[in-house]
Design a protein around this ligand. Sequence first.
Ligand code: CO
Length: 134
Amino acid sequence: MTNLKRVAHVAILVKNIEESLKFWRDALGLELGHIEEVPSQAAAVAFLPLGETEVELVQPLTDDSGLAKYLAKRGGGMHHLCFEVEDIAAKLEELKGKGVRLISKEPVTLGNGKQVAFIHPQSTGGVLVELYQG
Ligand code: CO
């Protein structure tokens, strides 16, 4: 078994980051690390770190992205849960061997050299799960 290291982040899809911060920062008490635009996702993301993990508030910036369509269809809410793993390629092979349905058959390498892959909610009880190797 390839080891999971930590919950890297919980991503929450929101209509408006500033509005959402009224709860997540101002009422609940998380600290806002920073906000950045992620052009590949056509989204802005607010990072609120807590211990070894982060809450990410994800706001679509266009109407036609996958995230925007998801938001329009289901409203805001939890979008995905991300685990950091030691060896993402090995983990994907392991999951395939166990009959788990994957969205990403192979890890996708991001601009920053990090690798990610997604597991289909059909295999997880309804939660989109992201794997990440730093
Ligand atoms: Co993520």
